[in-house]
Write a protein of this length. Sequence first.
Length: 130
Amino acid sequence: MLEFPKKTIDLNFEGNDGNQVKYTCKFPNNGQLLDIQSDVSRLLGGRVKSVLESNTHDGFYAYSLACAIATFKNLLPEFMKDAGDLESLDAIEGAKLVDVYVKQYEPWYREWRVIIQNGGKLPVKKDEKA
């Protein structure tokens, strides 16, 4: 039987000294989910659809960067105290944020997204259907 994923995940960022720094991310509440989406739209100047429809590497990267900044800003207050203004980071530091978002956060949240899209219920495996 399928189980709910954990409600928290530890995200590992590279610190200024090159060492890994861990921050615990909690599953977002409704307000945080709305804030994340609003921030993504703001960061992309309200052009989320056109950025994604551009079907370019730069467009997908820009969307991922906006998602990373919006997500970490809303879900990781301790990280924000340490990192400061994420929009002011240089492109290399931004790439590091995207790497954490894509490789650590997104796979965890993708499991939750399936449950959310299934009305808050675990999906049923084909062989478990009655």
